[in-house]
Design a protein around this ligand. Sequence first.
Ligand SMILES: [Zn+2]
Ligand SMILES: [Zn+2]
Length: 805
Amino acid sequence: MRRLAITVRGIVQGVGFRPFVYQAARRGQLGGWVRNDAGTVRIEVQGERAALDAFLDALRHAPPPQARIDAVEVQEQTPELIAGQPNGAAFRICGSGEASAPRPTIPADLATCRECLAEIQDPSQRRYRYPFTNCTNCGPRWSIIERLPYDRSRTSMAGFAMCAECQAEYDNPADRRFHAQPIACPRCGPMLQVLDPQGHEMAAGQAALTATVEALLAGRIVAIKGLGGFQLLVDATNAAAVARLRQRKQRADRPFAVMLPSLDDVRQYGQLAEDESAVLCSHQAPIVLLRRLRRELGTPSPPAIVDGVAPGNPYLGLMLPYTPLHHLLMAAVARPIVCTSGNHSEEPMATTTEDAIARLGTIADVLLTHNRPIVRPVDDSIVRLGRDGVQVLRRARGFAPLPIELNVESQDAPTILALGGHLKNTVALLLGGVAEEGATHATQVVMSAHVGDLDSRPSVDVFQRAADDLVEFFRVAPGAVVCDLHPDYASTRYAEQLSARWDAPLVQVQHHHAHVAACAAEHGLQGPVLGFSWDGTGYGPDGTIWGGEVLLCDGAMFHRAAHLRTFALPGGDRAAREPRRSALGLLFEILGARAAEHAAAWFRPAETDALLSMLARRVNTPRTSSMGRLFDAVAAICGLPPVISFEGQAAMALEFAADENESEAYPLLLSTGSADDKPASPMQSGKPQHDLVIDWEPLVRALSADRAADVSVGRLSARFHNALAEMAVAVTRAVAPTEVPIVLTGGCFQNAVLTSRTRSRLAAAGFQVYTHHQVPPGDGGLALGQVFLAQRQLQGLFDVSRNSR
Ligand SMILES: [Zn+2]
Ligand SMILES: [Zn+2]
């Protein structure tokens, strides 16, 4: 007879873990109890040796499908002696305790499981057509949890009293809903309601579903309260309806995602590989970018997804229904439906009905809402599958708050809050070492769901709440705050405030350095790495705008090993929406006033004169080494649209144009720095040697000549991409000590052509290449790099007893 005290760490709450423990204990006729704590699950079991061994084996090797076991710690206890009960008191599930500090023990929101889907489709079930059906294997989690430990009373389901039937399921160890916290049914759970844009009720319950379906089929725009926020839905096969949504949402070209009823429907519209269908059908159920299917003429085909959904884009962002509400709607409309975040461009997603009426009332014809509150906004995630696996382009639903483990001694790590950048913002919390009863957790980073661009006051408010939320949820007092080096970012300013509020040091990290660190952190790379950090813009320590950087990074330091030759951007920030400005700035460097000869397709003569005069006088023409702006310039020179509606649009057009079979590359020159290219400040760059400059002049000359000779855009684009890939090899050979791992990071590496060509050239040259899998290569991944670097900078300086509060 033995008694064991067991502590389990990992994703062990909100996944049916206690019911699983209960059943395993009952199988072995063990006595004892199981209890959720804020950061762990605690178990005591008493019984015979063989039964205890079988119990431990089940814990370690056969947990519930959504659980992730990080550690099982076992201590011997004195057996409980109760007359007539050799195994002590019968096994039971105890109320939650708060003994340990909160850790990321809960899963992300989980897409509807097969069993629940079957139930809502079965007229004999009491949850037939009930849009809030869920169980221990599926349903809302991160979007409804207020705090840990995970119990109904600490979720937004707290206000719904269970009916007798739900209570019976909740209490029955044999039921799939045994201790399922968000359990609900038509009698006791949340209900639907349809409102007109002014907020007047038009229908409720099942009639609300019917009204919504009718509105969608009639081409109307519907705002629905989804899992983690409002979404805007419209018939994707109705060109006029899609155009109306674009016009009302003020979104000119950026692609919309489309939801399809089933995987069979996905096959009608996108080229689907096996790994892609697995991701679509996973419990994360993200938007997956798939190549549009080219249809043979004359074959019978379903109604087309109209071009306005993703203008000029060979990819479609497709997803499957992931809540019962989406399943019911999609089954009824039986066609592709645009499903995009419920917001105006540059504003955050609405999460409350009041907010939706106020902000979406001018976009939507109808609002479908319900009375289950959303605790925090969680947008849809976006992924793409490449040759080297999953690339997350937007990390939100299905991912947050799953922790990313850092290959760092947790005893050395203070708790650190990172506030990210300015665009595609996310925030991150590094949870350092908390020593409890002799055991320590691994160092983990929890990233918020995608927040978005911080261009408007409402967006900044959402960002600040996301930062506050992480700190409050995990009940920590950060020992340091980290942000970008840019003095004017809203994220930098909030970091300064928090640093003062907590009396915690502020660490500022250079943008491109953070990108490299994010990729290194993902892969647990401890030693030096060479990072190709290519993106739109980031603040350089020399006051110029960086963006085409090759950084040799070691520990908390970096050396700017190489960068793109700089050029002037006439009008500064306006260049991000006007590739023609980048093109003119680039040509001015080579041709001076003669650049005017190339500008006729882009500007009226008076505009050209004004811009050239600005360039000559160096007025409002900041210099940049931005790779993103080089892509823009090349796109404009290739004859692609000179003005765009979102940053990155020109680079995407260039990527999509690239001819797969073209192997030639334009020449690029690697030279030592010129007068215009001063080295980084000595404080940031560890080594005094001169950095190398990647000179695009020969490329631009060859490109212009090809263009004049009417070479196809496909070949121009491919030769440009190939040139960058070749240059990556040349730079690596010139600057990298042998055996240094190579990291490809920054928004430019969302470009699949650039990534695959650069990776394969480097790999062929014998280098080890790493790309992003867990966080986006763009600014959505910055916060991870920021915490990683701050941790390294602060290593050993902190007393980790400050970590818990
Ligand atoms: Zn389920
Ligand atoms: Zn009920």
